[in-house]
Every structure is written in C-alpha cells, then in structure tokens.
Design a protein around this ligand. Structure first.
Ligand code: A3P
Length: 284
C-alpha cells in the first residue's frame, strides 16, 4: 500500500495508476495476456457510474450461471480485478464481468473479442458518489472533506485514474460492433428502452412484459429493498450509517459544488470534452 502523503486514503499504485487496496495485482498486471473468450461480456464503468445497476439489468436478462452454488448473486457477475485469473477460468461460458479497468488494460485493443457495454455517468454526480464511497469504505481508512476529494478527482488522483482517461477511449470506440455505449442519465429517463438496447446487443429477444419486469427488478427502489442486490452483505466493509445504494439520482452534485468549484470543474471539463461530441445531462 502506498504511503504517499498527498493521498490520504489507502490504495495500491501499479503502472502509474492507483487502485482500490483490495484488487488482485496479478490480475491487473497480466490481463493483457489473458485469453478472452469470444462470448465473454464486459460491463465497463468508471467507479460510481452505476456498475451494479448495469450488472443487475444484465443478470435479469441473461441469467448467467455461477461456477458453483456458494457464489452469491453479485459474484455471479464478478468484478474482474478482484479475482485471480484462475478463479475467473472456473466461470462457465458465456461469462459476464464487471470491471473498472481502463480501455487499454482489458485486452479490447489486441484481440477484438468479446462484447463491451460501457456505462458512463456525468462526472459531477460521479465525483459526489465517489466521495461518499471512499469515506464510507472501512478499508480506505479515509475521512476527508469534499473540498479535499474534489481536488483529487480533478487531478485524476483517485482509484482507476482520471475520469476522462477512462471514458473518452470508450466513447471513441462507441461505434465498434462489439461496443455498446450507454449513459446513466438516459437509463434514469427511460429504463425500459435501455433494457431493450442492452438485450438486443446481447442477442436476447425480450417481450414487452419481460423488458418491463427487468426494469422493475432493477429500479433503485427494488434493488435497495432486495438483500441480494443492496450490498448489505458487505455491511462490515462500510462504516455504520452509510449505504451502497445511496441516492441513485441525477443532479445531487448541486448540494456539494461551490460556485468556485463549478468554475474550476467547467475549465477542466472543457479542456477534455471539446470536440469529442460527448455530452451529459446534469439534472433529471
Ligand atoms: P449515488 O452514490 O449517487 O447514489 P457503482 O455501482 O458504479 O458503484 O455506482 C453506485 C451508484 O449507482 C450510486 O450512486 C448508487 O446509488 C447508484 N445506483 C445503484 N443502483 C441504482 C439503480 N437501480 N438506479 C439508479 N442508481 C443506482
């Protein structure tokens, strides 16, 4: 673990990127050599963009098989970088993975195999959600302020690196035939439409009733009430009073950003986004 005094939360530094303290180093370091199966599906997100939401939708569409009966619902779609490559080999095809690893680390470039669903969320809400997540995770040992976190976020000094280094390579590949690029804000506006997009991309043909049922099961309310999806199973990993299913809304950033931070954010944002064609909605 790094003892860099400028970053007060616990993290691991590998290849110039910082990671959560509990990733499996060998997986991250060797993934580029790992053979992706043609029917592997990767659910790719920057942290706090709605990873578990997307996974719940895919779970309800595809009903993936766990490698054995001890494997919990959320582990049936494992977070790639938290497992050894040997363990991932035990998963039956077709495999579905969650991952926060950046574009160049997950082998997409070299093999053109598998399918990739990239879920993006506006970076203001991501920052606020990330701030709460790092504060609430016991293993991060962090109790910093929003002002402190805002600085880390803009500098890309957070686990999985800079927001734009993550989202832009996938945005640039959004029209590849094995890539589906979707946005959290669009899912909030019209979940059924996005369920259908995801199902079609994965070659599932859902009836209207089936699509409605998937959307219903993966609504914020349903996931928060469901012990298999609300992450209460991880309660020892979180400080008392915090919840993985926090608010699940678009626009919570207004409660955190000062005028000065909005100005600073806008400059940072413009320096990356101009000319890319990528746009976000900031309010619901
Ligand atoms: P907030 O902290 O803004 O509430 P990840 O899974 O990538 O860690 O993302 C977590 C964020 O997604 C949290 O955001 C969480 O509340 C939100 N989320 C989880 N399930 C959701 C759902 N069904 N609908 C909307 N947002 C959801």
């Amino acid at each position: 673990l790094s003892d860099n005094p400028s970053l007060s939360f616990q993290h691991i530094r590998l290849n110039n990127l910082i990671f959560y303290p509990y990733i499996v180093r060998e997986t991250v370091l060797n993934l580029h050599k790992y053979e992706i199966r043609p029917d592997d599906v990767f659910l790719v997100t920057y942290p706090k963009a709605g990873t578990f939401w997307l996974a719940e939708i895919v779970y309800n569409i595809a009903k993936p098989k766990p490698p054995n009966e001890q494997v919990s619902r959320t582990e049936t779609i494992p977070l790639l970088e938290f497992y050894s490559l040997d363990t991932l080999e035990l998963y039956p095809s077709p495999r579905y993975f969650k991952t926060h690893l950046p574009y160049e680390m997950i082998g997409h470039n070299s093999q053109h195999r598998g399918k990739y669903i990239y879920l993006a969320r506006n970076p203001r809400d991501v920052a606020v959600s990330y701030f709460h997540f790092l504060r609430s995770g016991v293993e991060f040992g962090w109790d910093g302020t929003w002002e402190e976190f805002f600085g880390y976020f803009i500098q890309g000094n957070v686990p999985f690196g800079s927001y734009f280094d993550h989202v832009l390579p996938w945005w640039n590949h959004r029209n590849d035939e094995n890539v589906l690029f979707i946005k959290y804000e669009d899912m909030k506006k019209d979940l059924i439409n996005n369920v259908n997009l995801i199902a079609e991309f994965l070659n599932f043909n859902l009836s209207r009733e089936e699509a409605e049922c998937v959307a219903q099961k993966s609504s914020f309310k349903a996931m928060k009430a469901n012990p298999e999806t609300n992450m209460d199973q991880w309660s020892e990993s979180f400080k008392p009073g915090s919840s993985f299913m926090r608010k699940g809304i678009v626009g919570d950033w207004v409660n955190y950003f000062s005028e000065e931070q909005i100005e600073q954010f806008n400059q940072w944002y413009a320096s990356y986004i101009e000319g890319t064609g990528l746009e976000f909605e900031w309010f619901s």
